[in-house]
Each structure stands twice: as structure tokens, then as C-alpha cells.
Design a binder for this molecule. Structure first.
Ligand code: TXA
Ligand code: MG
Length: 355
């Protein structure tokens, strides 16, 4: 199929163009659209056939549930069978925005949308184009990230164009997204609310509003495989984001890390492989052996690293890099989300150097 591409200015939304997109959603089609986190691939959340076509377009396993995007809190109550008392405080504090909640569902949302689960993930995005699409279509919109399954999530329309283009009806180009990492997922069906995927709404921010919050033990461990703990969110179990080349995260003092990376870049290049380093602006001067040296952001500015990460991983493939060495971005707050995605991309290949 020929994918129609529309360009919409988020500051000055063209209502006639948005009506075209809304019409595609209403008749069961697929529209890729920008949100503040990443681009989503949307369809009517209440239409089982539309949900099935999302899985087909992404090549996504059908047991990996979709997030339902809404524009008013009332819509969550329309599709939930049980909403715990703490929920309203979360909605007030973080919606619209990069937080997804998991609640028990009722019959309005088909099992096709939730990958067969009796719970549903719900998010109210803040991006004006996303909000307008939900409102104009009159539908709740089921949308996973708009990448082909396994690839990094798209932070620009061109990334969507590279991936499921030709398998979707329409792509709305709304420019680059603001945040660049997918939403925080918090499961409200647990006795103590549990974070299933870290994001910009951090554990500390959630605890300030509702008290104690746990992090899914299946995702916190760097060595999930060895501990045998499966993450609760099905999508967190799959290999994800991985570039075609090998990616290692190197941890230790600045000088030990740089020495290790420089030495390994020399060895890899001698063997004819193309190399890249992902580092901070403060440590940039420590590197000069790799084919590409990419500054992810300043130390402590994890938001900058977050907004660049997925695009850089795609660039590694485009530039045919065989070996990527990344500094570690470990820390509290948004760094948790950055390290979670980086560790997944690296297949948990973390190397500690020095004494
Ligand atoms: O920021 C975002 O959340 C983006 C934008 C487009 O809104 N969406 C997104 O969707 O990242 P997706 O499908 O790529 O990731 C959804 C994650 C998956 O890991 C999935 O397994 C999990 O949410 N999930 C969805 N429903 C769930 C449920 N009922 N229980 C547990 N995990 C669920
Ligand atoms: Mg995804």
C-alpha cells in the first residue's frame, strides 16, 4: 500500500488534514503519529481487526499488549473494571504526559488489544497532534511505538518511514519528539504499585505523590537472564533496540574506561572492523581511536542522552559500525530509564574495568 505522509505543525494544527487522519482511524486503518515520548502506530482500540493489523504491520508477537491512548480521564473509567484510589492523584500529577498506568479492563477493550490479558495499559499523551487525533477521531487509540519489532523506537518521522512504511495507511510528520524514550509504565493492579518500565516520570516523582512504589525485580537486575526473573511487561522480555553491530557498556573510572575503549578500538580496527564510542562532552577529549566518536550529552544531563539515544543507535546501523563502546550513564532519576534502554540494546553486555 502507498503510505500517505502529512506534515503537521504542532504550533498551528491544520484541522482539515487532521480530519483526514481521524477518518483513517475511524474506518479501522493505521496512522503513525508523534507523541511527546516516541512516534506511535495508532488504530481504533475498540476494533479487534484494527488491533490485529497493528501487530501485522510491526511484525510484533500478538501476546505483547498495546497501550490505549486517551484524551480525557473519563475514558479510562469507561474501559476499566477496577481503578484503585491512588489513581486520581497520579492522573492529576502526571497527565497529560509520559506515564502509562495498568488497570483491570472491562469488555469494551477487546483481548486483541491487550494481547489476551485482562488488564489494559492506558496513557494520556501531551503532544498536541496526538491529542487532536484522539479527539477528532472520537476513538481511543491503541498504539505501540511505530518501529518494526526489535528496532529502536522512532523519534522522527523518517525513522517510521524506514520501518513499517508501506504497511500503514498514513504517517503524520510532526517533527522531532521532545523526550525520546517511551513512557514510564506503572502497574496499579499490584498491592504496591510497581514500575514495569522506567521513564521520565521517575520512581522518586511517583513516590512523592502516592507513597511507596516498587520496581519490577525482573527489570532492575542487570543480569536478568542469570537470575531467571522475567519482567512483567511482555514487551520488556524481548530483545529490543539492538544495533546490528556489537554494543558494550564499559564501567569504571573515566581514565580506566577510556584506556580500555582506546585499546579495544585499535584491536578492532586492526581486524578491519568499524568502531564507535558513545561518550559525554566532558570525556570527549579522552578518545581519538574510533571511526566515530559521538557525544551523547553533558555529565548529569540524562535528558539530552535520552533524546539522542534511539537516533544514535539507528545511525550506528546506517554507518555500518561493527563495534560500539559506550560509557555507562548510571544514576538516579531519568538515568534509570536511559540505562534500562542501553542495557537492553547491549544485550546486558556490561564490562567493568579497573580495580
Ligand atoms: O511512550 C510510549 O509509551 C509509547 C507511545 C507511542 O505512547 N508507546 C509504547 O508502546 O512504547 P509499546 O507497545 O512499544 O510498549 C508498551 C509496553 C510493552 O512493553 C508492553 O508489553 C507493555 O507496555 N504493556 C502493555 N499493556 C500491558 C499490560 N496490560 N500489562 C503489562 N504490560 C503491558
Ligand atoms: Mg515499543
Amino acid at each position: 500500500m502507498e503510505t500517505i505522509r502529512l506534515t503537521i505543525d504542532r504550533e498551528n494544527i491544520d484541522s482539515a488534514l487532521m480530519e483526514q487522519a481521524a477518518e483513517v482511524i475511524r474506518r479501522g486503518g493505521l496512522v503513525a503519529f508523534p507523541t511527546e515520548t516516541v512516534y506511535g502506530l495508532g488504530a481504533d482500540a475498540c476494533d479487534p481487526d484494527a488491533a490485529r493489523s497493528i501487530y501485522a504491520a510491526k511484525g510484533r508477537p500478538s501476546d505483547n499488549p498495546l497501550i490505549v491512548h486517551i484524551s480525557q480521564v473519563q475514558q479510562l473509567y469507561d474501559i476499566a473494571s477496577e481503578v484503585p484510589a491512588v489513581a486520581d492523584r497520579l492522573f492529576e500529577a502526571f497527565w497529560p504526559g509520559p506515564m502509562t498506568v495498568i488497570v483491570k479492563k472491562n469488555d469494551r477493550i477487546p483481548l486483541e488489544t491487550t494481547g489476551g490479558l485482562d488488564t489494559v495499559a492506558v496513557r494520556m499523551p501531551s503532544h498536541p497532534v496526538a491529542r487532536e487525533l484522539i479527539q477528532k477521531s472520537g476513538c481511543m487509540i491503541a498504539a505501540p511505538s511505530a518501529n518494526s519489532s526489535g528496532r529502536p523506537s522512532p523519534t522522527r518521522a523518517d525513522h517510521v518511514w524506514e520501518d513499517p512504511n508501506g504497511r500503514i495507511d498514513m504517517l503524520i510528520d510532526g517533527g522531532e519528539v521532545e523526550l525520546g524514550l517511551e513512557s514510564t509504565i506503572i502497574d496499579l493492579t499490584e498491592s504496591v504499585p510497581m514500575i514495569l518500565r522506567p521513564g521520565f516520570v521517575t520512581r522518586e516523582m511517583l513516590e512523592d505523590v502516592i507513597g511507596q512504589v516498587r520496581i519490577d525485580p525482573g527489570i532492575t537486575s542487570a543480569d536478568t537472564a542469570t537470575e531467571g526473573l522475567a519482567p512483567k511487561a511482555p514487551g520488556m522480555r524481548y530483545r529490543h533496540y539492538a544495533p546490528r553491530g556489537s554494543l558494550s557498556i564499559i564501567e569504571g573510572t573515566e581514565s580506566d574506561v577510556a584506556a580500555y575503549i582506546e585499546k579495544n578500538c585499535d584491536e578492532q580496527r586492526a581486524a578491519g572492523r568499524r568502531t564507535a564510542v558513545l561518550c559525554r562532552s566532558e570525556t570527549r577529549h579522552l578518545y581519538n581511536r574510533a571511526d566515530e566518536i559521538i557525544v551523547m550529552g553533558d555529565t548529569g544531563d540524562e535528558a539530552a542522552v535520552a533524546s539522542r539515544l534511539f537516533a544514535v543507535l539507528r545511525q550506528m546501523d546506517e554507518d555500518q559500525i561493527d563495534c560500539i563502546f559506550s560509557e555507562s550513564f548510571r544514576g538516579a532519576g531519568v538515568a534509570e530509564a536511559v540505562m534500562n534502554r542501553l542495557m537492553k540494546a547491549a544485550g546486558h553486555n556490561l564490562i567493568r574495568v579497573g580495580s
